[in-house]
Design a protein around this ligand. Structure first.
Ligand code: HXC
Length: 512
């Protein structure tokens, strides 16, 4: 074999990972290999691998006789739709994708390059966790990654894709990144697995129930997106990054777009006549944005708030909307946290914010109070107040109480606020308000019920409209639903060069 042939052979050896039998096992479990995943994720032929010949340095427990070039993770860079990204993809066929000192070094190397070159980092996770034979050096390797995840936060977008096991402290790298994708049935994330859970709490739970994609999508909100298999997941990631800028110093790319004009008429039909009835705010969003451009984030979690990316005339915007279809759109702990994190991502990466508001207030009750709705609700308030990106609000219906302030009101720095004629902007709903402020009159009336109705109507007449707020400039204009898209395009165009800076400080102290 000449030197060139030797190199080609060495490459082949590395590319085979843990061997054909383990690759077959991976395929039998409906999982792709680390390299197949990278091929699907990146533009054809764009992947430039780094560290293919890296081997671990461990000699304990016979590891010196078990060296596989690449050491269980494929790393490098490539493009998605022509834009640079850095990628690591853990290879479960090599010692279960476990993280050794050198495996961690490879990941850190591309994280450093991603930071220096201002390009997103995408991690494809499929690993049995810390390489047990290596002990503390493996744990230190994780810490090196966590540290970089944190330092990179707000500098470059970081995406974690969970395509197999992700357990123990290993979960904290994905948790520190901006978005987590999970594949149903083949991936799971938990701090302690079912066996430990059983020993400690006597609960019996499967891996899937404890930390599968469904549980994290609905219950914990740890994952932002779920897919039914590796192929559809990687396709979604490719689409998703088109909404993001490369780094905090850039804008997201502008794309071509279509807009079906019939949506302008359709928007008038969405709100029910009776203002107590629910509707789906996503229909409103869809009528306003470019066709088929809404990418909802954390769709299954805290459904009473809808967050996601969309495009307006080809430009990315972040949408935050109360959802009257779930818990009447009320703000609670989970929806406040969900909204706040999304707002902060958009603000970090120059993505303008559009808010649709229809909120009856904060959710009352001991459960919410004792679990800290005060601090959690403050997160959303803080996130909006802190955001310096262009911010526009459209009040479609209710804007009650403290929630009015929180949902991107003018007084917390929103740039332009609009209200539909159906808007009701008040301290609370007319019925409750009448009961409190006219309690005595109602009690003393011969027909208490009739009196209550009369006072309710009086309060509604005063506040169940947008004009009191418009009189005081809390909304800048009252607009027809059918005018919304045009108004928003003009609004965001006018804010294109917005320049606003926070007071000089080290960093703020969001109520965590
Ligand atoms: C070394 C490991 C490994 C690990 C798996 N392997 N996990 N080697 N360190 N952590 C090896 C196995 O020995 C096996 O080698 C191969 O990978 C495939 O593993 P299997 O068990 O055959 O696969 P499967 O049946 O699919 O089970 C997958 C698994 C299981 C559930 C992930 O392997 C497992 O429980 N692994 C240990 C998980 C764990 O406790 N990790 C430490 C977590 S604590 P062969 O040669 O047979 O193919 C942690 C701390 C991080 O990670 C702290 C950060 C702060």
């Amino acid at each position: 074999m000449n030197l060139n042939e030797q190199l080609i052979q060495k490459r082949k050896d590395s590319q085979l990972g843990g061997g054909q039998a383990r690759i077959d096992k991976q395929h039998k479990q409906s999982k792709l290999t680390a390299r197949e995943r990278i091929t699907l994720l990146l533009d054809e032929g764009s992947f430039q691998e780094m560290g293919m010949f890296v081997e671990h340095r461990s000699t304990s427990f016979g590891l010196d006789k078990n060296k596989i070039p690449g050491d269980g993770v494929v790393t490098g860079f490539g493009t998605i739709h022509g834009r640079l990204v850095y990628v690591f993809s853990q290879d479960f066929t090599v010692l279960g994708g476990s993280l050794s000192e050198t495996h961690a070094e490879k990941i850190c190397k591309i994280m450093d390059l991603a930071m220096k070159n201002g390009a997103p980092l995408i991690g494809l996770n499929d690993s049995g966790g810390a390489r047990i034979q290596e002990g503390v050096v493996s744990l230190a390797g994780y810490a090196d990654i966590f540290y970089r995840n944190t330092r990179a936060s707000g500098v470059i977008p970081q995406i974690s894709v969970i395509m197999g096991p992700c357990a123990g402290g290993a979960v904290y790298s994905p948790a520190l990144t901006d978005f987590v994708f999970m594949v149903e049935d083949t991936s799971y994330m938990f701090v302690t697995g079912p066996n430990v859970v059983k020993t400690v709490t006597h609960e019996e739970v499967s891996s899937e129930d404890l930390g599968g994609a469904k549980s994290h999508a609905e219950k914990s909100g740890v994952t932002h997106f779920t897919s039914s298999n590796d192929v559809s997941c990687l396709k979604e990631v490719r689409d998703f990054v088109t909404y993001l800028p490369q780094n905090f110093g850039e804008l997201a790319p502008t794309t071509s777009f279509t807009y079906n004009e019939s949506k302008k008429e359709k928007i008038d039909q969405i709100l029910p006549e009776n203002s107590s009835l629910p509707y789906d705010i996503r229909e409103v969003i869809d009528c306003v944005i470019d066709d088929h451009t809404f990418r909802e984030v954390q769709q299954e979690h805290a459904r009473n708030i809808v967050v996601g990316f969309a495009r307006l005339e080809g430009r990315t915007i972040g949408v935050v909307a109360n959802q009257p279809n779930a818990l009447a759109g009320v703000l609670d702990i989970d929806s406040s946290r969900k909204g706040a994190r999304f707002v902060r991502f958009c603000d970090s990466f120059n993505i303008p914010l559009l808010v649709f508001e229809d909120v009856p207030g904060f959710l009352p009750g001991t459960d919410q109070e004792w679990r800290g709705i005060i601090s959690h609700g403050a997160k959303l308030l803080y996130a909006f107040s802190e955001a310096t990106v262009p911010r526009v609000t459209v009040i479609t219906r209710k804007a009650y109480g403290g929630a009015f302030d929180v949902m991107n009101s003018k007084n917390i720095g929103a740039d332009l606020n609009y209200a539909w004629p159906t808007a009701e902007i008040a301290v609370m709903g007319a019925k409750g308000a009448a009961e409190i402020i006219f309690r005595k009159e109602i009690a003393e009336a011969a027909d208490a019920e009739a009196k209550w109705k009369e006072k309710e109507a009086e309060y509604a007449e005063m506040f169940a409209n947008p004009y009191k707020a418009a009189e005081r400039g809390f909304v800048d204009d009252v607009i027809l639903p059918s005018e919304t898209r045009a108004k928003l395009i003009a609004a965001f165009n006018s804010l294109e060069n917005k320049s606003e800076h926070l007071p000089n400080k080290k960093h703020g102290n969001i109520p965590l």
